[in-house]
Design a protein around this ligand. Structure first.
Ligand code: CMP
Length: 141
């Protein structure tokens, strides 16, 4: 079991000014912020990050959305990080997300769903490496 996961506060949530409230929810839930950045994804970077979804009908829209403005990737640490973070953010589709979850509170729809979360320990490590160098992680508290 890994103790890290990758969160991304997505462009529409950043634009609406929800970042502070979302980060506060992470900290209150017991996650430590190990690395954080604000970045505007390029098309190749977004396509690479979401490569597993390349064949899905929503892929082009997803890439257009994720490159539409700045986003905030964050490395979060906690015991059982991947699973606990997914509980905290709720279902991919906010209409199906539990009350009090990040997506229920801040998402618009299944695509504009406020935040990303890694779906497995293996993908968490790959996704963290997409945004952060090992130096950035090692030099952190
Ligand atoms: P995320 O957790 O970042 O992982 C893949 C993303 O694809 C997902 O959140 C949504 O933003 C998007 N997505 C997943 N399913 C759909 C869908 N059915 N229609 C549109 N976008 C989707």
């Amino acid at each position: 079991m890994s103790n890290k996961t990758l969160a991304i506060i997505k462009p529409e949530a950043v634009e609406k000014g929800y970042s502070g409230k979302i980060i506060a929810m992470y900290i209150e839930a017991g996650f430590k912020i190990k690395a954080m950045n604000m970045t505007h994804l390029t098309k190749p970077s977004a396509e690479g990050f979401y490569a597993v979804h390349r064949e899905r009908p929503f892929f082009n829209e997803l890439v257009a959305y994720m490159t539409s403005g700045p986003c905030i990737p964050i490395v979060l640490e906690k015991e059982n990080a991947v699973e606990d973070y997914r509980k905290l953010i709720g279902a991919t589709d906010p209409a199906k997300a539990d009350e009090g979850t990040v997506r229920k509170l801040f998402a618009v729809d299944i695509q504009h769903n406020a935040v990303h979360g890694s779906d497995s320990d293996e993908n968490a490590l790959k996704e963290i490496a997409h945004f952060f160098s090992s130096d950035e992680l090692l030099n952190n508290y």
